[in-house]
Every structure is written in structure tokens, then in C-alpha cells.
Ligand binder design. Structure first.
Ligand SMILES: N[C@@H](CCC(=O)N[C@@H](CS)C(=O)NCC(=O)O)C(=O)O
Length: 208
């Protein structure tokens, strides 16, 4: 498998971390969405990352679809998400809040660096959405007493939230701060794991 995209993307990072935690070998092409868009386009006309090339030549688009494929590959006993039922729905909800948080963090950075005159309406909307998700996740994480969100073992929800927190913390430090101690602790637990230490890249936003 070949994973396209840089690790400063929370979505690329979540897929790379799942590959590493599953012990699945992969090659990495750290192509930039802007600088290397022409290289990405033949595999993904959206010119977005992550893009995951399978050994069959098929290209997967959307990190959730990639994790779905990887879960199938490793089987339900090893998969970092329940196969079905109520627990799966709760896990998907935390993943969606985490990926939505990352989405809004990405939108806001594009607005800040790519536009000469920022649209205040959009900036405020993104900031409100980011704050709302952080408040909700903080409350819910504080109520969880296990090391990870759904028990003793790390799962996709933990990874997505940790990747989103790192991104938002680097891109918008004023938005993720000491108001969120449970999320800070969650991030610290995950970031202390070897795969997180090895698979990381400081944010390098596109230049306007
Ligand atoms: N929902 C997508 C989000 C991917 C995404 O937002 N990628 C960003 C980089 S962090 C990107 O490719 N941006 C360039 C663009 O959207 O044109 C996923 O989960 O894979």
C-alpha cells in the first residue's frame, strides 16, 4: 500500500497511525496538496489527501473509507472499532466529532492563509463550531474513566480526536488551551505512544 499525503494533515496521520498500529507495511509519499497537486490528481481528482493506493491499483479516497478497508483486512478481533451495534455507533460519533473538528480547523487555516481579506462571518462560524465540539468532547472525555475512550485499548476514535487536537493546537493555539484539561490529557496519552512520536509533522500551512 502507498499512503499519499503529509503527516501534518490530521487525516493522513490517522490513517498512517492505524497502519502502524495494525503492523501493516506501507510506503509513504509525503506529497503536498498544493505543491504536488498534479501528482495526486491521477489517483484522486479531488487532489486531496490522504489518498491510499492499494496493491491492486485501486485508490481509496476519504480516511474513513481507508480505515474501513484496514479493519476488514485485519479482521474484527484486531479492528480498532466494533463491527456493529451500539458501541460502533458511539465510536463513529466520536470519530465524526473529531474529524469535523479537524475539518473546521483546516477550513479556518485556509481562510487565514489563503485569503487576503478574511471573511469574518466564516471565521466566526468556524471558531464557534470548533469551540462547540471541544466543549462537548471535553465533557464526555472527562466522564470516561478508562485509559482510552472506549476501554483499555486505543481505537480509531482516540486516534482521530488526538490528531484533530494536535492540528487545532498548532493551527489555532488560542482555541485549544487550558480550558480543556481532559482533552489535553487524552492528547498527552496518545502522543506519548511510539507510533505517535514517530508519525508526526509540524504544521506547514499552504502559503497564500
Ligand atoms: N474528509 C476527508 C478530509 C481530507 C482533507 O480535508 N484533506 C485536506 C488536507 S488536511 C486536503 O486535502 N485539502 C486540500 C483540499 O481540500 O483541496 C478525509 O477524511 O479524508
Amino acid at each position: 500500500m502507498i499512503l499519499i499525503g503529509q503527516y501534518d494533515s490530521p487525516f493522513v496521520r490517522r490513517v498512517a497511525l492505524a497502519l502502524r498500529l495494525y503492523g501493516l507495511p506501507f510506503e509513504h509519499r509525503p506529497w503536498s496538496t498544493f505543491g504536488d497537486a498534479d501528482k495526486i490528481a491521477p489517483y484522486n481528482p479531488l487532489r486531496r489527501v490522504p489518498t491510499l493506493l492499494l496493491d491492486s491499483g485501486e485508490a481509496l479516497i476519504e480516511s474513513t473509507a481507508m480505515l474501513d478497508y484496514l479493519d476488514e483486512l485485519v479482521g474484527p478481533d484486531k479492528a480498532m472499532m466494533a463491527e456493529r451495534g451500539e458501541v460502533r455507533r458511539r465510536q463513529l460519533r466520536i470519530c465524526a466529532l473529531g474529524s469535523g473538528l479537524a475539518d473546521k480547523g483546516v477550513s479556518l487555516i485556509y481562510e487565514r492563509v489563503l485569503r487576503k481579506d478574511q471573511l469574518q462571518l466564516w471565521v466566526e462560524r468556524c471558531e464557534t463550531q470548533i469551540g462547540g465540539v471541544l466543549d462537548m468532547l471535553e465533557k464526555e472525555r472527562a466522564a470516561v474513566k478508562t485509559p482510552y475512550w472506549f476501554g483499555e485499548h486505543i481505537g480509531h476514535a482516540d486516534i482521530m480526536v488526538a490528531c484533530a487536537l494536535r492540528f487545532v493546537g498548532e493551527a489555532h493555539p488560542a482555541l485549544f488551551d487550558a480550558r480543556y484539561p481532559a482533552l489535553q490529557a487524552h492528547a498527552a496519552t496518545c502522543e506519548a505512544l511510539r507510533p505517535f512520536i514517530e508519525i508526526v509533522q509540524r504544521l506547514d500551512p499552504p502559503k497564500g
